[in-house]
Structure formats: structure tokens, C-alpha cells
Write a protein that binds this ligand. Structure first.
Ligand code: URA
Length: 442
């Protein structure tokens, strides 16, 4: 096969055959295709799109380019979740124990943060001793004994996607629905999912800035799921402001615990319960409860101690520490370093959430590049959210660092300026935000 013909075919908007896509993915995975030719095809895909069949073939070939997790012989239906990312997104450490409280078994492979979004790996590592690098051969034991595993992605999971993603990052080809959809779905399928629930975030703190784009991405992934034989449901959620009351690693894990004892923020509870309800339904563990009743039952089990018991099981099974009162032991303690106060009286109209995410990275909660040190105590606590009425001088949020801050006072004030600039005020109350915007494919 001549790869130039494949590039030209896509350049002129024609459909690639399964064999051509397989040739492309193989050449990417074994590095026999040069970067410039792969990049040319990626750009042609960005410009001319892909049919559902092309996207599905690309997804499956990328999934098969490395190790595939297969727990089908252990019985049970494996349901996985994926979030397209955001700021303050602490959904995974809540959803997995909540699903376990309904008897749903999960193997969740999770990534590090990208850009301004925080990653679940770093959040869970803020519990002392918690091992996030589970050897795939131990998945079976944990799946069997505890019914939950949360692990960082192994390097051999969908390696073709890894190569393509790093090329896309430097060739202006990240923002493409077929490429994003196949990238995400390939990792879910390689991770052994029988069915998939997607949390597709939208707004200023998400890759998809509008509900329309989020729906477009969700639809593409649902169609791939259908053609690949994995029932897929998408929950579109709001990321036009940070989720919950905190962003940052220890801060978010503290908020997870508060949520499990009934002191959570309503937006977090809503998103977690909608996603869990879909996972429970797909796994067939909804005990005949449907619709709003299932959401109510999720709310009950999230806060009445049943999900907390599973959360503690998860921590202990992966080497995490609980103290003598049964509370998680964190690797550091966040200190409030600076309160950010409102310069105006009025309503909070909007919060540029990507800017808040970048500010949190500057405080030390995330990395600018791989290998950077992070401050697990760093982050931001939000005291007022979109729609809240504030007076001049009221505290909007506070900037935190851990016991060994990575930034000095001058930088802290610099971050404060950036955070303040992310807030917009109005005299009139803004339209209320719904944490869950839509559920598609249920
Ligand atoms: N997340 C992924 O896993 N892949 C993409 O292409 C974009 C976001």
C-alpha cells in the first residue's frame, strides 16, 4: 500500500477502507510511517472528517495496537466511565464507590491531567500510600475481592493513540471530533469495557466550549460504541464554572469525603448521581428502579454511609491509609494563603474556568510539562459561584498551598490577579446553570 495515495484520498474527501486504516495505525504503532506523512493524514482528517465506519475502524485498530484487558471470564458486566475533563472534577472517586454500593464492579483506568484540567491519578495519590499503578495481573484479584480497581493507564494501552496524540498536540490537529472520539473510545475498549458512560463536559473549562459541540462529540462516541458493540451513554455536564467547592489534589479529596458524609456541593452530587445511575442501569444492577427514582436512590446511597464504606474499601485495597477514626490520611495539608475578594457588588455572571484551571496549575496543583513537581496541598477553594450575589469585599475564593509552597508571594499575587480577571459581574442575576445539561443515548 502506498501511504501517499491514502493521504490524497482523504485530502479529496473520500472514504478510507478498513485495510487502509489498519495500514495507517500499524505504521503509526511500529514507527514505520514518518511523522510528516502521519501529520498530513491527520490534517486531512481534521478538514474532511470521517464516516462512522472509518471512526469505528480507527478506534478498534488503535485499541488493538497494545495490550487489551480482558476480564470477560470473571463474569459480570464491565462498565467504564470517562470524562472529557474539567476543573474541580472529582467525579471518579465518588462514582466508583457509589456504583459498588449497587454491586456494580468496575475497572477504571485513569489519566493524568492535561493542560488546565486536573487528573484523577494525582488526586488519589494525595491519600497517603494509595497505589495508583496497579499491575494488570492484580486487576483480577481486586476486581474479584473488592469489585473496584482504579489505576493509572499502563504504557502499553492503545500505544498508537499515544503516538498520534503527541503528534496532534504539535500539529494543530487536536480539535477534531473523529480524532477525539476515536482516541477516547480506543482507550475504553482496550481497558475491557462492555459498556461506557461518558461525562462530556462543556463550557469555558472544557475542550468543547458549547453544548452543541459537546453533543456532536457525544453523538460520535455513541455511534462508535454502537458499531463496536459497546453500549455507550453520554451525560453532558456544565463546565462553565469549576465543579464543586475546590480544585487541587488534597482539597478535592477532602471534598470527596465531605460529599460521602452528606456535606457535598449540589452540583457534584447531581453530576455523580446522573453518571452513576447510567452505569448502574447498563450493568443491570438497578434493582428495577428507573428514572428519577434511581437518581434518588443514588443520592441516598451516596450520602448514607454505603458509598463511604466502599470508598474506604477502595482506599485500603490499594494501600491507602485511614487513621484511627477511619478518615483518609493525606500526604499534605492545604493552607489558605490568600483570600480573593470581590471588587464589585452584584451577581457573579461568569467564571472563566480554563483561566481558573491554569491559575491552579501556577499555584502548583498541576504540571506545565511532564516531570514537573506538584504541590499536592495547592489549589483554590470557591466561596461564591455563578449566580451568587456578592458585596464588594466579600471573599470569592481563596488560594492555597501545601506545607512546602512551590511559589513565592510575588507569584501568589500574580495568580490572584489572574483569578480576579476570570470573574465577570452583572447587576442582574444571570441565567441559572444546570449541572447536568442532557443525557444522550440512554
Ligand atoms: N482526550 C483524549 O483521550 N483524546 C483526545 O483526543 C482528546 C482528549
Amino acid at each position: 500500500m502506498n501511504f501517499i495515495d491514502i493521504i490524497l484520498k482523504k485530502r479529496y474527501g473520500q472514504e478510507l477502507t478498513d485495510e487502509e486504516i489498519a495500514f495507517f495505525v500499524k505504521g503509526v504503532a511500529d514507527y514505520t510511517l514518518p511523522d510528516y506523512q502521519v501529520s498530513a493524514l491527520l490534517m486531512a482528517i481534521v478538514l474532511n472528517g470521517m464516516t462512522d465506519r472509518e471512526m469505528t475502524t480507527l478506534t478498534l485498530r488503535m485499541a488493538e495496537s497494545g495490550a487489551m484487558i480482558d476480564l470477560s471470564d470473571m463474569g459480570g458486566h464491565i462498565v467504564d466511565k470517562h470524562s472529557t475533563g474539567g476543573v474541580g472534577d472529582k467525579v471518579t472517586p465518588l462514582v466508583i464507590p457509589l456504583c459498588a454500593a449497587f454491586g456494580v464492579k468496575t475497572v477504571k483506568l485513569t489519566g493524568r491531567g492535561l493542560g488546565f484540567t486536573g487528573g484523577t491519578v494525582d488526586k488519589l495519590k494525595s491519600i497517603q500510600g494509595f497505589n495508583i499503578n496497579i499491575d494488570p495481573k492484580d486487576f483480577r484479584k481486586l476486581y474479584n475481592d473488592v469489585g473496584m480497581v482504579i489505576s493509572g493507564q499502563t504504557p502499553d494501552l492503545a500505544p498508537a493513540d499515544k503516538v498520534l496524540y503527541s503528534l496532534r498536540d504539535v500539529t494543530g490537529t487536536v480539535d477534531s471530533i473523529p480524532l477525539i472520539a476515536s482516541s477516547i473510545m480506543s482507550k475504553k475498549i482496550a481497558g475491557g469495557a462492555d459498556s461506557i458512560v461518558l461525562d462530556v463536559t462543556c463550557g469555558s473549562g472544557a475542550y468543547m466550549k458549547t453544548p452543541e459541540r459537546a453533543r456532536e462529540l457525544a453523538d460520535a462516541m455513541i455511534r462508535i460504541g454502537d458499531l463496536a458493540g459497546r453500549k455507550t451513554v453520554a451525560v453532558i455536564t456544565d463546565m462553565d464554572q469549576p465543579l464543586g467547592r475546590t480544585c487541587g489534589n488534597v482539597l478535592e479529596m477532602q471534598e470527596v469525603y465531605e460529599t460521602l458524609i452528606g456535606k457535598g456541593s449540589e452540583d457534584v452530587v447531581e453530576v455523580v448521581c446522573y453518571i452513576a445511575a447510567q452505569m448502574i442501569r447498563l450493568a443491570g444492577k438497578n434493582e428495577g428502579i428507573e428514572g428519577d427514582d434511581l437518581i434518588r436512590e443514588c443520592r441516598a446511597r451516596l450520602t448514607d454511609g454505603r458509598a463511604l464504606e466502599k470508598f474506604n474499601d477502595l482506599i485500603l485495597s490499594q494501600g491507602g491509609l485511614l487513621n484511627e477514626h477511619g478518615l483518609p490520611v493525606y500526604v499534605d495539608k492545604p493552607f489558605e494563603a490568600l483570600k480573593v475578594t470581590s471588587p464589585e457588588t452584584g451577581y457573579i455572571k461568569s467564571i472563566k474556568t480554563d483561566d481558573i484551571g491554569y491559575a491552579s496549575v501556577e499555584l502548583g496543583a498541576g504540571r506545565h510539562k511532564m516531570g514537573d513537581k506538584i504541590d499536592r496541598g495547592a489549589g483554590i477553594c470557591f466561596y461564591a459561584k455563578v449566580g451568587d450575589k456578592v458585596k464588594r469585599g466579600d471573599v470569592l475564593c481563596s488560594l492555597c498551598h501545601g506545607s512546602k509552597p512551590l511559589i513565592d508571594d510575588a507569584k501568589l499575587f500574580d495568580v490572584m490577579e489572574k483569578v480576579l480577571n476570570a470573574y465577570e459581574f452583572s447587576d442582574e442575576p444571570p441565567m441559572p446553570h444546570q449541572a447536568v445539561i442532557d443525557v444522550i443515548g440512554a
